[in-house]
Design a protein around this ligand. Sequence first.
Ligand SMILES: [Zn+2]
Length: 205
Amino acid sequence: MSHPSSWNEEEFAHFAPHPRFGQRPRRTGLNPQTNFFSGVYLHWHSPEDCRVSNTAITAKTDKQRQPTVAVTHYYDVKRLCRDCKRPFLFFAVEQAYWYEELQLPLEADCVRCTDCRSNARELSSIRTEYESLVTQEALSLEESVTLVQHGLRLVEEQIFGKKVLQRLAAQLNQIAEPLQQTSATTYESLRTQMQCLQLADYPNP
Ligand SMILES: [Zn+2]
């Protein structure tokens, strides 16, 4: 090896993989340390213990969105996912994309692995669709099924609680007959899922 590194590949074997960058750090050999006199400013959310050495890239400070103090280099940094608790890397190249292309403020930090981020996005779109269906007066059978499916998923994820579950049970009762005729298996699977959730204990109302 041309230069020794302070990390080995094995350390990252259990990291949640990024669909594009994988789970191993991207070695660049660049390893600047904060030095105000030579103008090196690292991100406040990238303290030394979470930086992976020799992975820094140079930032385009003029592209960052009105920073109080521009960040001059990004490192691959170790994070613990807020949702699934797995460690993952917030890659230097992702940070460049966030702060320079997407123009996110430097305050924005990555707290979820990519799996949980896409799960969060999926849930938010499910919730939007659910909430629009709930306000509609007359629903088709298909829309009612979607409403119950989305509602159950949101209860499962503990976004909604018992009250919504009761409403969904009533909704499923209402469409029981026509649904059994068109798709008995859909009805059965919704009813089973509903019963499992009714037996569970939910903290939120
Ligand atoms: Zn996660």
